[in-house]
Design a protein around this ligand. Sequence first.
Ligand SMILES: [Fe+2]
Ligand SMILES: [Fe+2]
Length: 128
Amino acid sequence: MLWWSDSLKTGNVKVDTQHKKIFELGTGVLDLTPESSNETLQETFQELIDYTKKHFAEEEKMMGDHGYSKLQEHQGLHREFIQKLHNTLQDFKASGPTEENVDNLKLLMVDWLINHINEADKNFIQKL
Ligand SMILES: [Fe+2]
Ligand SMILES: [Fe+2]
C-alpha cells in the first residue's frame, strides 16, 4: 500500500488499523484517472472523508476519556484536515482527477497526514 510503513505505528492497534485504512482509501482516490466517472470520483472521495471523520471522532473520544490536555488543539488539527479534504474534493468536482488535483491530494495525504500521525497521534497515544 502506498505510503504506509511500520514507522507510522503509534503502538495502539486500533488506531494503527484505522490509519492503514485511511491510506488504503486515499490510494483509491489517487487511482482515479481523468476518465473516471464523476460518480465514481465522488463516491471514492466521500468514502475517504467519511472514514477519516469517523477515525477522528474515535481518537477524540479516546483523548476525552483519558483527560488528554491537548484535546482541543488536536481537534483543531482534525478539523483543518477535513476542511482541506473538502476543498480538494471541490477541485476534483470542478476539473476532475487532473494531474494537479491528484498531486495536491498526494501532498495532503503525505505531508499533512504522515506528519499528523508521527507527531500529534503518537504524542496522545503515549499519554494514554
Ligand atoms: Fe489518527
Ligand atoms: Fe489525530
